[in-house]
Design a protein around this ligand. Structure first.
Ligand code: AMP
Length: 584
């Protein structure tokens, strides 16, 4: 059907396909929708709305835009053993666990072979794009912190895990083509190691031993890079001792990981150990990445959206190597690639690839609520939430991201990732929304009821300057007894530790898992600020162009100038002293 582009070009290492895809957006998208609707016309879901038709106009009038909660009953039915054609004509081969939260739970999205093929296409095309922009990248190796995690099975035997795990274990990754800048310092066995600590340790060991070969350092999301370098700070001595002796530490017990990494170590290397020791024992780690990997040309990860907060730290570690965001994708579908990979992190845009899924966009600018347009019709400067129709059984499914159209590559729209709808705090993969936080603080306020204190206002901040990062809440309090307004005499450590605990206990299961089980989030902190602080904060925002009549205290703060307003007025700090339960 689709004649406007030939993926064989790509498979032959030719980037012409990028031009073809981005020049024929409307036709490719129309053909793709036709293909999806024809293929899936007999599914229970589409039958309900289209009664066997594959007509685009009927699709537009009859198919509702849905959220996860709307399709969840269908997905659950497939998960529980009903035939996949409830949703999809192509076999559903597994379920992708998303990191995004919906009412605090990870979503399960249908996965099929086409999804993995699309993922491979995205990896293929981004390899070629990077090769075009960065000389010699194919000749070196990548120190990429890639991990897999254990899979589980639904009652009917469908594999459930995060999609990168499925991909790394699939033939699409294992048989990666020669034109990929495909070689990694770590053997595949390290990617497949299910123990994250052993995996991370081995990634570093392999990356350090082959330091001259490393041309790029990266991870899927940049939060992980921060975690990796904190790990290096704590473990470089042991890594050096392994390099010096040529022996992997005995606690690395995963047999295939151990065996494959031992081969890479190839015996004692005291000179290298001395060199790394000298670099890592410096007082400042500014530029440590360039020092340890002198041929690294860029850092590859996601630096947009929630991940933008990690840019300054990585710029510090890398002494401003280019930070390259390559891809925008989700468990629902992949979306687009960055065709200008060396641009600044704040200028990154993603060009949607029209051959992946059928993309529509829900207008979210004021006055245009609920208008839905197709990919070829989005307007420059406007904000949209993507709505996808996929080959795996999602039809007009709204993704909770907000994107701004910032330009076009040929006639394919390019989007800046503006924000994830409503998320105010995120340190690892958890995503705490305004509602989650407001609810948690409301619960904690009950603890204050037994005291003379009232919570007047609050805001929050994800503090990643500590290792691990942790949530900070700024609380402004007043005494109920106005005659005795000396706050500092009233701040009972026990009460505030309990408040911290109640907030954590009320946050979603993923937060509690990362905090309690994984230890990747630290104890929540409440910083009590002086009276008047939130007025000063409001003045600050108004002085920056805010409107007093519509002013609302932001539930989360990102701007360092705004944080400074709060930090100057901190009276006391309290931490949670016990971890929240995994299942309250
Ligand atoms: P998940 O469903 O767990 O795969 O997470 C997908 C979500 O991660 C997306 O909906 C975005 O909110 C976020 N995400 C993925 N790629 C990017 C990116 N390049 N920039 C910003 N956020 C991203």
């Amino acid at each position: 059907m689709r004649q406007n582009f030939d993926l064989n070009d790509l498979y032959n290492g030719n980037l012409k396909v990028l031009d073809d895809l981005t020049s024929n957006v409307k036709q490719i998208q129309d053909d793709l929708l036709k293909e999806i609707l024809t293929l899936n016309a007999e599914t229970e879901y589409l039958q309900r709305f289209l009664h066997g038709s594959s007509d685009k106009e009927l699709f537009k009038t009859n198919l509702p835009v849905v959220t996860y909660e709307d399709v969840r009953p269908y997905i659950d039915r497939v998960a529980n053993g009903e035939p996949f054609d409830v949703l999809s004509a192509m076999p559903i081969t597994g379920l992708n666990l998303s990191s995004g939260t919906s009412g605090g739970k990870q979503k399960r999205l249908p996965l099929n072979d086409k999804y993995l093929k699309n993922m491979r296409f995205i990896y293929d095309i981004r390899s070629l794009i990077i090769s075009k922009h960065v000389d010699g990248v194919e000749q070196g190796k990548g120190l990429m912190f890639l991990f897999t995690r254990p899979e589980s099975k639904t009652s009917s035997g469908l594999l459930t895990t995060i999609v990168s795990t499925t991909f790394f274990k699939s033939k699409y990754f294992k048989d990666r083509p020669s034109y990929w800048y495909n070689s990694f310092t770590s053997p595949d066995e390290v990617f497949w190691c299910l123990d994250n600590k052993q995996g991370l340790y081995c990634h570093f060991l392999c990356g350090l031993v082959q330091r001259d070969d490393v041309v790029r350092v990266g991870a899927l999301f940049s939060s992980l890079l921060i975690r990796a370098f904190t790990f290096l700070e704590n473990n470089w001595r042991e890594l050096c001792s392994n390099i010096r002796s040529g022996q992997v530490s005995t606690w690395v017990t995963d047999p295939s990981c151990r065996e494959s990494v031992s081969k890479i170590l190839r015996g004692p290397n005291p000179e290298l150990a001395d060199f790394i020791e000298e670099k890592c024992s410096q007082k400042s780690w500014q530029g440590i990445i360039r020092q340890l990997w002198p041929n690294a040309k860029f850092i590859e990860s996601v630096f947009t959206g929630q991940m933008a907060q990690y840019v300054p730290t990585l710029e510090f570690y890398s002494n401003k190597l280019p930070l390259v965001s390559t891809t925008y994708g989700a468990s629902e579908s992949f979306f687009g690639v960055n065709v200008n990979p060396l641009c600044k992190p704040q200028d990154v845009t993603y060009t949607f690839m029209p051959n992946i899924s059928y993309f529509e966009f829900l207008h979210i600018d004021e006055g245009n609520n609920n208008e839905i347009v197709e990919l070829a019709n989005v307007k420059l400067g406007h904000y949209y939430a993507p709505v996808v129709t996929t080959f795996a059984g999602l039809y007009r499914y709204k993704v909770d991201d907000i994107l701004e159209v910032t330009g076009f590559h040929n006639n394919a729209p390019q989007f800046r990732f503006a924000r994830r709808k409503n998320v105010v705090l995120s340190i690892q993969t958890e995503a705490t929304t305004e509602d989650d936080l407001l609810n948690a603080v409301t619960n904690a306020k009950l603890v204050l009821e037994s005291t003379d204190l009232m919570l007047m206002d609050f805001t929050s901040y994800a503090d990643i300057s500590t290792a691990p990062g942790h949530y900070v809440l700024y609380w402004e309090l007043k005494t109920k007894n106005f005659n005795n307004n000396n706050l500092t005499t009233k701040l009972d450590e026990k009460v505030f530790a309990e408040c911290c605990y109640v907030v954590e206990e009320s946050l979603d299961p993923l937060y509690r898992k990362e905090r309690t089980k994984d230890g990747t989030i630290g104890a929540l902190e409440i910083r009590v600020v002086q009276n008047g602080t939130f007025d000063a904060l409001m003045d600050f925002f108004i002085s920056r162009g805010g409107s007093i009549s519509q002013y609302k205290t932001p539930v989360g703060i990102k701007s360092s100038d705004a944080l400074a307003v709060l930090e100057n007025k901190v009276l006391a700090r309290f931490f949670s002293i016990k971890s929240p339960p995994l299942d309250p």
